[in-house]
Design a protein around this ligand. Structure first.
Ligand code: PMP
Length: 305
C-alpha cells in the first residue's frame, strides 16, 4: 500500500515522514484514540476529486472523541478546512482513503482518559478495492462476539476497540472467508468486522438499529436513503436473528472501505439464488455514481477538492 504524502500533525501540514510519535505515547499503549475513515473518488471526466460526506464523517469523529473525554477545539467545518488544505498539498488524481485520528498524546504511564493532551492528525493515501469478492462474497458467522456499549461503545470509532474487529477479520480470512458476520452477546446480527449489514426479506430491506452495538455507518445511512427514495423500498431497522441470513433473499455489507459488498454465501449456504440479487445490483450502481460525483441529485454528498 502507498504511504501518505503529507500529514496534518501538531497544527500544520508536514511531509508524512515527519509525522512521528514516541513509543510511550498513551494512545499507542492503551488504544486511547479515535478515528474516522472516508474516501475520496477521482472523477476522470470532471478532473475532480470528490470526498464522500466529510461533514457527516467529521461529526461522528467528534462524537467518538467525546466518548473518550477528548477536548478538541474543532468543528466539522474547521476539520473540513484542514482536510481541503491537506488534499490540495497532496494533489492526488486517483481514489484515496482519508484517515483523521485524534489521540491521547502524552508519553506517560497510567491508564485513564482525563488529564491528558489530545492531538489531531489527518492523512490520506491512495486506496482501491477493499473486499476482493465484492459481488460474490462468502462470509462466516464469527465465533467472536461484538463489543458491547457497556464495555467499549461500538458507536464510537475507538482505536482500542478495533482489536475486536481484527480478531474477527483474521479468523475469517485464515478460514478462507472474505468477511464475517458478528453477533451481539444475545445472538443478534450486528455487523461485519468494519461494515454494516442489510438483508432483503419479504420485499423489505432490513438492518439492525443503532442500539444493537453497531457503528452508525455513513454508508448505511446513504444506502437507507437510496433504497427508500430511488427504489421505493420499505426499510426496517430492527434486530436480525442469525438464522434470518440463512433464509433471506439478499445480504449486503456496507462501509467506506467495503462500499456495497454483495454476500452470496454464508457458511457455505447460498444467499437467495446464490448470486447477486437485483437490490444489491441497483444499489451498487447508484452508490457508485453518487460517490464519484455523477448523480446531481446527491451532489450535496460530495465535497469537490
Ligand atoms: N462498522 C464498523 C465497525 C466500521 O469500522 C465501519 C467503517 N467505518 C462501518 C461499520 C461502516 O461505517 P461507514 O459506512 O461510516 O464507513
Amino acid at each position: 500500500m502507498d504511504l501518505p504524502k503529507h500529514a496534518y500533525f501538531q497544527g500544520k501540514i508536514v511531509p508524512y515522514s515527519e509525522a512521528k510519535v514516541g513509543v510511550a505515547t498513551h494512545a499507542l499503549n492503551y488504544g486511547t484514540a479515535v478515528f474516522g475513515g472516508m474516501r475520496g473518488y477521482w472523477n476522470e471526466e470532471k478532473k475532480t476529486l470528490f470526498v464522500f460526506r466529510p461533514h457527516d464523517h467529521f461529526r461522528r469523529f467528534l462524537n467518538s472523541a467525546r466518548l473518550l473525554c477528548m477536548d478538541l477545539d474543532f468543528t466539522p467545518e474547521s476539520l473540513t478546512g484542514i482536510l481541503l488544505d491537506l488534499l490540495h498539498q497532496d494533489g492526488y488524481r486517483q481514489d484515496i482513503y482519508i484517515r483523521p485520528l485524534a489521540y491521547k498524546a502524552d508519553e506517560v504511564v497510567g491508564v485513564r482518559l482525563h488529564d491528558l493532551q489530545d492531538e489531531l492528525t489527518i492523512f490520506a493515501m491512495p486506496f482501491g478495492q477493499y473486499v476482493k469478492n465484492d459481488t460474490n462474497a462468502h462470509v462466516t458467522v464469527s465465533s467472536w462476539r461484538r463489543i458491547d456499549d457497556n464495555a467499549i461503545p461500538a458507536r464510537g470509532k475507538i482505536s482500542g476497540a478495533y482489536v475486536n474487529s481484527a480478531l474477527i477479520k483474521t479468523d475469517a480470512a485464515r478460514s478462507g472467508f472474505d468477511e464475517a458476520l458478528v453477533l451481539t452477546q444475545d445472538g443478534h446480527i450486528t455487523e461485519g468486522s468494519a461494515m454494516n449489514v442489510f438483508i432483503m426479506r419479504d420485499g423489505a430491506l432490513i438492518t439492525p438499529p443503532v442500539t444493537e452495538n453497531i457503528l452508525e455507518g455513513i454508508t448505511r445511512r446513504s444506502v437507507i436513503e437510496l433504497a427508500k427514495n430511488e427504489l421505493g423500498l420499505t426499510v426496517i431497522e430492527r434486530p436480525i436473528d442469525r438464522t434470518e441470513v440463512y433464509i433471506c433473499d439478499e445480504l449486503l455489507m456496507t462501509g467506506t472501505a467495503a462500499q456495497i459488498t454483495v454476500v452470496t454465501k454464508v457458511d457455505h449456504r447460498p444467499v437467495g439464488t446464490g448470486s447477486m440479487g437485483p437490490v444489491g445490483e441497483a444499489l451498487r450502481k447508484m452508490f457508485g455514481e453518487a460517490v464519484r460525483g455523477n448523480n446531481p441529485k446527491y451532489a450535496h454528498w460530495n465535497l469537490a477538492v
